[in-house]
Design a binder for this molecule. Structure first.
Ligand code: FES
Length: 628
């Protein structure tokens, strides 16, 4: 065994000699960015290893390709490639460290359900029953007496009540131990739990938004229909890659992997539920209903459905219907066995229940104007509502907007530059939590490119100009930031002396290319949906930017890079986590659940790769000065 010390935090862990560094971190429950899922292609899992540890662990070709000479000298290695043979000290840069290490879950709150009107209808009812003890004159069964009393207190003439044998098995003892008083928990006419004493005021539900990057859980008090508390953390599947396809690749290898990925997901849901319960002092056994929304892959992972066919043309999910089951159908989910569990229906392999939840939140069926909704996450899902139809497509935008595949990219966490303005003379930026800058997150990247486009330092084809090509008026301080590297240029944002990790932060030509690919895919998707709907960009009444990334975007810069068609910025609205709010509405209304089912059938899915105009539109859409 060898001893590994991991910084920050000086955490010590013992592992067998030869253990892969990434596995060491996993065992230590430390999460780092692994965009490619450990394939060695993203170069994001760079960590610093003490020099003695490097002995016996030669750099492989992948590391030589991904790491600069300077980094190698400093002792940086790729965690997914480097095996450790000696006692070592590992230092993880802040831009590589994921935010929910040691299962710490961050609180997130939804201050209001949304601006769209909504009437909650609680799906669970509870009744406290005090039964007359049986006598020799009244020998009715326990269940008969419960049903009679239930009819009386619920003021129902005659209902066919149902109860599962395992619940019924507890009833007899429970009644006798509690002086014939107990609380019945009902979902419609089905008893889903029995509880000693009067607990009729305690009833809760939980709604989950399972994103590829972040999982958020919201605890709802059924007695008021209000959210009490919310939690969010990084999806633990990140170790299999940032994007859905890498994870599908892992899960698709065999049934064991499929179960692993399901278990990891369920165990993270359990962490959130437990944390919600601990924070509020609410007993877990009082949570009776869970709604789970997520994209089609997350939905399939959760229910351990095969995902292989999602990854290959013609991209077929196993099912698109809603799933309405009980907690006991999800192995080890920490809710009572008969708690109801509802998963939203999907539309297709790449338009999932999360988009349905977005549409539920924005009340799409109640609108009579033309709406374009763009949900930018690891993928770009686009929905267009015209006069009487709804079209949707998914653009393979890749995770560039989340900072992945960008040389100095990182998520929108502490140390990320999330706002930048560059003028002819100055560069100004804002760092999350006002600390030293460690990298650029998606909104910072968009601001940066928009600024450089406005100054004509980036040409419409995406080329970053040489110092000599800078337009008149650009000061020397700004010009000097353009650095030649091999055959292309890069733009210095933060010099190494000012950065958090002592490394300069650049925007490279390759980074600009990544953004062009991402924005080109989204913009092409929008153009094709407009074509399908026979609408022009000026016919769009509202553009809704969904998702946490959407809420960080500067509208003008989003327009400047051509991510969305050039329309008045007054028509653009950030709607934040609509999927989370939609999940809560689905929890609180059967009508909404029925609407979700009908929406999943009504939305016309457009497969972009099957459109003959797609490659031409995509190529055009990559250009920055798109026809306005
Ligand atoms: Fe290690 Fe991508 S290179 S995770």
């Amino acid at each position: 065994m060898i001893e590994i010390t991991i910084n920050p935090g000086a955490k010590i862990i013992n592992v067998p000699s030869g253990t892969l560094l990434l596995d060491v971190l996993k065992q230590a429950k430390i999460s780092i960015v692994t965009t490619c899922g450990g394939q060695g292609s993203c170069g994001k899992c760079r960590v610093k290893v003490s020099s003695t540890a490097i002995k016996g662990s030669l750099l492989n070709l992948t590391e030589k390709k991904q790491l600069s000479e300077e980094e190698i000298k400093e002792g940086f290695r790729l965690a997914c490639q480097c095996h450790l043979y000696h006692n070592s000290t590992i230092t993880i840069p802040s831009s590589v460290l994921m935010r929910n290490n040691n299962s710490k879950i961050e609180e997130k709150s939804i201050s209001h359900l949304s601006h769209y009107e909504f009437k909650p209808v609680i799906p669970i009812k509870k009744y406290f029953l005090r039964l007359n003890p049986p006598t020799l004159k009244n020998q009715s069964s326990d269940w008969t007496r419960i049903k009679d009393e239930l009819n009386r207190v619920a003021k129902i003439k005659k209902e066919r009540w149902f109860i599962a044998p395992d619940i019924l098995g507890n009833v007899s003892q429970l009644l006798r131990d509690n002086n014939y008083g107990m609380t019945i928990v009902l979902y419609k006419n089905e008893v889903i739990s029995v509880e000693p004493g009067n607990t009729s005021k305690e009833m809760y539900g939980v709604a989950f938004d399972i994103g590829t990057t972040t999982i958020a859980g919201y605890l709802i008090d059924f007695s008021t229909g209000k959210q009490i508390v919310a939690e969010a953390g990084s999806n633990p599947q990140y170790i299999y890659g940032d994007d859905v396809i890498s994870r599908v690749g892992f899960a698709g290898k065999n049934a064991t992997n499929r179960n692993i990925i399901q278990q990891e997901l369920i165990s993270f849901l359990n962490q959130i539920i437990t944390s919600l319960s601990r924070k509020t002092g609410i007993n877990l056994s009082r949570i009776y209903f869970a709604v789970l929304v997520g994209n089609t892959a997350m939905h399939h992972f959760l229910w351990s459905l095969p995902t292989e066919s999602l990854a290959f043309s013609p991209y077929i999910p196993v099912l698109t219907d809603e799933i309405f089951k009980e907690a006991r159908d999800l192995p080890d989910l920490c809710l009572i066995p008969h708690a109801k569990v509802y998963s939203t229906p999907n539309v297709s392999a790449y338009i999932g229940g999360d988009i349905i939840a977005d549409l539920i939140d924005i009340n799409i069926w109640g609108k009579n104007n033309n709406i374009l909704m763009v949900d930018l996450g690891t993928n770009g899902e686009i929905v267009l509502k015209g006069d009487d139809k709804i079209w949707a497509c998914s653009a393979a935008a890749g995770p560039a907007f989340e900072g992945a595949r960008i040389s100095s990219g990182m998520r929108a966490i502490r140390g990320a530059i999330d706002r930048i303005i560059i003028t002819e003379h100055k560069i100004r930026y804002q760092v999350i939590e006002q600390t030293r800058a460690a990298g650029l997150c998606g909104s910072g990247i968009i601001d940066l490119i928009a600024s450089l486009l406005k100054l004509q330092l980036i040409k419409s084809d995406g080329r970053l100009v040489n110092q000599e090509e800078c337009p008149k008026g650009i000061s020397e301080q700004i010009k000097e930031r353009i650095v030649k590297e091999c055959k292309s240029n890069k733009f210095l944002i933060v010099p190494k002396e000012q950065s958090a990790e002592g490394k300069p932060i650049f925007l490279t030509q390759k980074d600009i290319r990544e953004v062009q690919l991402a924005k080109g895919a989204v913009r092409a998707g929008i153009s094709i949906l407009l074509e399908q709907a026979r609408l022009k960009k000026d016919d769009i009444d509202e553009v809704l930017l969904a998702g946490s990334f959407g809420s960080l975007l500067d509208k003008d810069n989003t327009l400047a890079i051509g991510l969305i068609p050039h329309i008045s910025s007054e028509k653009i609205f950030s709607i934040g986590n609509a999927a989370g709010r939609g999940a809560i509405k689905l929890l609180l209304s059967e009508d909404m659940r029925n609407m979700a089912e009908s929406l999943s059938q009504k939305v016309h899915y457009v497969e972009l790769s099957a459109q003959h105009s797609f490659s031409e539109t995509f190529t055009k859409s990559m250009i920055f000065n798109l026809e306005r």
